[in-house]
Design a protein around this ligand. Structure first.
Ligand code: NCD
Length: 305
């Protein structure tokens, strides 16, 4: 049995296979509509979520399975002081697979050590978010046709943004000729473990800039992110930094015609709504594609495909 805790728990072949299955599921969803009949996914969400939780649930329902779970720590026995280890021991008897989101880094890993069913990390603190990475790779592959030879700009809260951390690790490890451009204010730069161990030690080129205008013209992909309010120690810093970047149609004038604008969502202010009409804006498509790659992942972890 296998869990998905870190994005690197999957090797490149396994990612390629998931993308291939995801493509088939996207093109012929009916062919898979009863493959998970009699199976249940538990969604254990100790932190807010719209897309991740509902896309896991939609994925399982599309596969003919069922869903159970909770959407906040307050509505589970965590509020009474139950440990993640105890919760998962019990859930293992209720469901066949579980997706867990938790504010504490490492909580899904702890759960996996006490679980007899596959555990999927659906986001742990500011650490990792491997199924968003699968969603992002699936989106890039489908819309750009390749995962190699890309210049990708990450813009916004690169310090706390777990989707950025997971995607950077995966692109750096498995794909060739990727150039990383990190666009953030001084206080929200990419963590040094990623810069040093993941990029520098492997001679992968990257640069850090403050202004989006200085980078946008070179990018094949612009990956925007929200400033992660819930991870700040004080509200003042958040208020000062939250509107540091706002992508507008005017700013997009110097971007390539086929640049993809991605965002894991939710958006707050960092992309003006006028940009939604631009054909390069693919963030809603990205959220849609997340369902199909999660369908593929569920089937794989359950040993059904
Ligand atoms: C992201 C997350 O939860 O890390 N959302 C998501 O899962 N699509 C990004 C965010 O909350 O900013």
């Amino acid at each position: 049995m296998k869990h998905l805790i870190s994005p690197l728990d999957l090797n490149k072949t396994e990612i390629d296979e998931l993308i291939a299955i995801g493509n088939k599921m996207y093109e012929n969803p009916k062919d898979y509509s009863s493959i998970c009949q009699g199976k249940k996914i538990a969604t254990l969400f100790y932190e807010p979520s719209t897309r991740t939780r509902l896309s896991f649930e939609a994925a399982m329902l599309n596969l003919g399975g069922n869903v159970l779970g909770f959407s906040s720590a307050d509505s589970s026995s965590a509020a009474k002081g139950e440990s993640v280890a105890d919760t998962i021991r019990v859930i293992s008897a209720y469901a066949d697979i579980a997706a867990m989101r938790h504010p504490k880094e490492g909580a899904p890993m702890v759960a996996s050590q006490h679980s007899s069913i596959p555990i999927i990390n659906a986001g742990d603190g500011g650490h990792n978010h491997p199924t968003q990475t699968l969603t992002d790779l699936f989106t890039i592959k489908r819309l750009k046709g390749r995962l190699d030879n890309l210049t990708i700009g990450f813009c916004g809260d690169l310090k706390f943004g777990r989707t950025v951390h997971s995607l950077v690790q995966t692109l750096a490890r498995y794909y060739t000729n990727i150039k990383f451009v990190f666009i953030s204010p001084e206080e929200l730069t990419i963590p040094s473990y990623l810069k040093k161990e993941v990029l520098e030690d492997n001679n992968i080129p990257f640069c850090e800039v403050r202004l989006l205008d200085d980078a946008i013209a070179d990018l094949d992909i612009l990956y925007m992110t929200r400033v992660q309010r819930e991870r700040f120690f004080n509200e003042e810093d958040y208020v000062r930094l939250k509107d540091f970047y706002i992508l507008t149609n005017a700013k997009l004038k110097s971007a390539k015609e086929d640049m993809l604008i991605m965002h894991p969502l939710p958006r707050v202010n960092e992309i003006a709504t006028e940009v939604d009409e631009d054909p390069r804006a693919v963030y809603f498509k990205q959220a849609e594609l997340g369902v199909y790659i999660r369908m593929a992942l569920i089937c794989r972890l359950l040993g059904l495909l």
